[in-house]
Design a protein around this ligand. Structure first.
Ligand code: FES
Ligand code: FES
Length: 162
């Protein structure tokens, strides 16, 4: 057992974690951030995706101790000041979810995708990069549509600011 500290959604947090404690367990059980889901025990579903130092990571594949000192963003930290993040807004407007179980992981993966590709993100890339995120409801079409809409919105905004 060790006391670990990290920044989660902009706040410094610390807690005791066993060596075997996964980051997703620390977030959900110790910090109460249950928006990050666990949908498998084989690292396949992607429901647990969070950002670690800005990059999408399956939080069931990382030990909490490995994340010590890092900046973590979970789905709870994505919206700013009561406004939905553009990717959340795009999922809402394009019906990118049904039951919502996969949605936190989809949105965190999508946000990283848009960050890396900007407005040049295309459908083939979205479908390839979603390989690690499983949805059992939507058939994926509206998820892809949502991510492309967000890329267009956010990429356009980035270009306008340049
Ligand atoms: S819970 Fe992490 S990939 Fe399924
Ligand atoms: S919306 Fe139900 S699993 Fe994706």
């Amino acid at each position: 057992m060790a006391n670990i500290s990290m920044t989660v959604n902009g706040s410094e947090v610390s807690g005791d974690a066993e060596d075997r404690t996964l980051l997703v367990e620390f977030l959900r059980n110790d910090l109460g951030l249950t928006g990050t889901h666990v949908g498998c025990d084989t690292s396949q579903c992607g429901a647990c995706v969070v950002h670690v130092d800005g990059e999408a990571v399956k939080s069931c594949t990382m030990l909490a101790a490995q994340a010590a000192g890092s900046e973590i963003t979970t789905i709870e930290g994505l919206a700013g000041g009561g406004d939905l993040h553009p990717v959340q807004k795009a999922f809402h407007e394009n019906h990118g979810l049904q039951c919502g179980f996969c949605t936190p992981g989809m949105i965190m993966a999508a946000t990283d995708m848009v960050r890396r590709h900007g407005a040049s993100l295309d459908e083939a890339t979205v479908r390839t990069e979603l390989e690690g995120n499983i949805c059992r409801c939507t058939g994926y079409h509206n998820i892809v549509k949502s991510i492309l809409a967000a890329a267009s919105e956010m990429g356009g905004a980035q270009q306008a600011a340049e």
